[in-house]
Design a protein. Structure first.
Lengths: 387, 263
């Protein structure tokens, strides 16, 4: 009988193809060797590991599901595994890759003109250009239907006014995918750094996702040519389809920190001797470890089926909501519990749980808060959307 | 010139190793296996020689191993090797490294175009004998330099200067190709195979060789026989010294002197 792997209790890894396994192992090795040695320091110093951009690009992680335009053309299970391994490093780094891939390259690929694709996709894949996605506004993120950023036609151009808030990669970005209200409904625009009236400002004093740049975007009569409008994006459905992509990645991603914390606390419990025996010999500790294992295993199985449905083209966005909700809740609970089981040691970044649990405060909030996902599932079940 | 890089699939360095009950090897079910990091040095070196503008016609990765070992070859192909030779036959599943080298030599000899360089890792992280490189050189009748830490091609690749670290000094050797070099850590930093290259590697040719295509060879041909593998003896129980610091120190010194007899 094959021994049980505590980090893959149900051998979900056996469900992967050789390709998928190789993608996972390649990214895992990169994270072990290049990310984990320095990431806590970046978190502590509140700085994005900018020097990682060329490495991440060279590895082909940016836009890796796109076929062509110098991208890898991987399936979505591979994309999920990549997110999981990156986030085992840090949610901030995974957020960088998610935004660039799912929220910038995806909409350009899906809704852009051929000219926009040729101009931006290869550069974004190589990390020579950085992108951000501006949907959320200061007056409320959960209800993106109400949008105060407006674009008005002016001849062949558009004039954009308004502001976006909590935008990952904002200050780093060369191009922003900005969603605005127009007379014709909601539209997406590629706003480029340097366009007159467009400015960005970093949001400071964050205690979460410290190794990621979060920004405000301001638009003061920004003139954008119609050639920069995403021609195929009409209405709120377009940005929501981007969110489905990103939420899918998050549902996989958060398994990474959960495993990282579980691993650390499982090892720690075997060497921490209290009241005459290691913590791992105590019933109360074993129950908590067993519970972590149960929840990680459930989450792994959930996203595996979700990924298979996505690759088959049969996935419903409500299924992504359920997975994002379940897995973020699983991960944040496990990281917090691991933090507690480390005692005082758990409050320093020498151990990963406090960093991961703080990061997950953002991850459980962005791309739809837990409540929003519960309401999406509730609405699906009852036919009544109760937002 | 053509370069051959020898690849072995080995257990990941973090994996827990369990010896099989019958001593015939280790349990591989569920074991994470990777391309040996030392062998990756050889692949990387070959690619770098090409990237530096040397006339490297072909980089071939060769491996003796079961079906799963194809993954290690794929890593080499994704890094930049042009094609692979996978010697895959239950008859060749052996812990006997000299035998493995012998089998490999038989396959290499059949390739008439020949290789300018054969690169191997200095040793493999699993069996750690460092025997495969020198043995392969012997069977192929090639000169061999072990644990190379520096390499320059001279005379348009007809000869080379290799450096190696020895106790308190660096040794510089000159030689002519063809030659076999085993590569030490530090000469090159293996690149990560990128995800697009991993996908492209699937399309590169992999030649599978079985025992049917080789003369009848068995383990005894190689000169050594693998007998068995056994787990290391269990560690003796830990003894805890208790009491006041001074008493503990005194007791510890007494134990080291009288029981362990190390001071
Ligand atoms: C680090 C970080 C990075 C981000 N990156 C991006 C980005 O790149 N691009 C982007 O566009 N946005 C981004 N966001 C924004 C994110 O998506 C929003 O913060 C999120 O959607 C929540 O919006 P809000 O902050 O305005 O909270 P609100 O919408 O004001 O929600 C406040 C609270 O009310 C609850 N609530 C909302 N509606 C209901 C209801 N109907 N019934 C009951 N309770 C309700 C919510 O669950 C929450 O608890 C990011 C956020 C963070 C923190």
């Amino acid at each position: 009988m094959q021994p049980i792997d505590p980090y893959d209790f149900y051998r979900v890894g056996d469900l992967l193809s050789d390709d998928e396994r190789q993608v996972r192992d390649t990214v895992a090795k990169f994270v072990d060797e290049r990310v984990l040695p320095n990431i806590a320091e970046h978190f502590e110093k509140d700085e994005f590991p900018r020097e990682m951009i060329p490495e991440v690009a060279e590895l082909g992680l940016l836009g890796c599901t796109i076929d062509g335009y110098d991208c890898a053309g991987l399936n979505y299970v591979s994309y999920g595994l990549m997110c999981q391994e990156l986030e085992r490093g840090d949610s901030g780094l995974r957020s960088f890759v998610s935004v660039q891939s799912s929220l910038v390259m995806f909409p350009i690929h899906e809704y852009g003109s051929e000219e926009q694709k040729n101009r931006w996709l290869p550069a974004l894949a190589k990390g020579e250009a950085i992108g951000c996605f501006g949907l959320t506004e200061p007056d409320g993120g959960s209800d993106p239907g109400v949008m105060k950023t407006v674009a008005k036609r002016d001849g062949d151009d558009w004039i954009i006014n308004g502001a976006k808030m909590w935008i990952t990669n904002g200050c780093l970005s060369d191009v922003a995918v900005v969603w605005a209200e127009t007379d014709e409904g909601k539209r997406g625009f590629l706003v480029e750094r340097g366009m007159k009236g467009y400015t960005t400002r970093e949001i400071k004093r964050k205690f979460s996702l410290r190794a990621s740049v979060t920004s405000e975007l301001f638009f003061d009569n920004v003139r954008v040519p119609d050639a920069n409008r995403l021609p195929k994006a009409e209405g709120l459905a377009a940005p929501l389809s981007c969110l489905t992509q990103a939420r899918f990645g998050i549902a996989w991603g958060v398994i990474g920190p959960a495993i990282a914390c579980f691993n650390e606390v499982l090892d720690y419990s075997k060497v921490r001797v209290l009241f005459g025996s290691p913590l791992s010999h105590k019933q109360a500790i074993q129950m908590r470890l067993a519970d972590m294992s149960r929840r990680i295993t459930t989450a792994q199985l959930l996203v595996m089926q979700l990924g298979r449905m996505k690759d088959a083209g049969t996935m419903h966005h409500t299924q992504v909501s359920l997975a994002k909700w379940n897995n973020c809740r699983m991960a944040i609970d496990i990281c917090r519990d691991a933090r507690d089981m480390l005692g005082g040691s758990g409050i320093t970044v020498e151990f990963s749980p406090i960093r991961h649990m703080l990061n997950l405060e953002s991850v459980i909030t962005y791309e739809g808060t837990e409540t929003i996902h519960q309401l999406i599932v509730g609405g699906e079940l009852t036919g009544v959307y109760a937002f | 010139m053509r370069i051959l890089t020898v690849i072995k699939q080995v257990p990941d360095s973090n994996a827990a190793i369990k010896v099989k009950g019958d001593g015939s090897g280790i349990e591989t079910a569920g074991l994470k296996q990777v391309c040996d990091p030392f062998d990756e040095f050889g692949v990387e070196l070959a690619i770098q020689l090409r990237e530096k503008g040397n006339d490297v016609e072909e980089i071939v990765a060769i491996c003796v191993g079961g079906d799963k070992a194809a993954e290690a070859l794929r890593t080499a192909l994704a890094m930049g090797a042009d094609r692979a030779v996978h010697i895959n036959d239950p008859k060749f599943q052996s812990m006997n490294e000299l035998f493995i080298a012998y089998v490999m030599a038989e396959v290499v000899k059949k390739d008439e175009k020949g290789y300018g360089f054969v690169f191997c890792g200095k040793n493999n992280i699993d069996l750690d004998s460092g025997a495969v490189g020198p043995a392969l050189a012997e069977y192929l009748d090639l000169p061999h330099v072990g644990a190379v830490t520096g390499l320059d091609l001279t005379n348009g690749g007809k000869s080379f200067v290799a450096r190696r670290r020895v106790e308190g000094a660096e040794e510089v050797l000159e030689g002519e190709t063809p030659a076999l070099l085993t590569i030490e850590k530090g000469l090159v930093e293996p690149r990560y195979p990128s995800l697009p290259n991993l996908m492209k590697a699937k399309k590169k040719p992999v030649q599978v060789v079985t025992s049917a295509e080789l003369p009848d060879i068995d383990a005894s041909t190689a000169g050594t026989d693998f007998i068995e593998m056994s787990p290391p003896p269990p560690r003796p129980d830990c003894k805890f010294v208790e009491g006041e610091p001074e008493e503990m120190a005194r007791e510890l010194v007494r134990l080291l002197r009288e029981e362990a007899k190390v001071v």
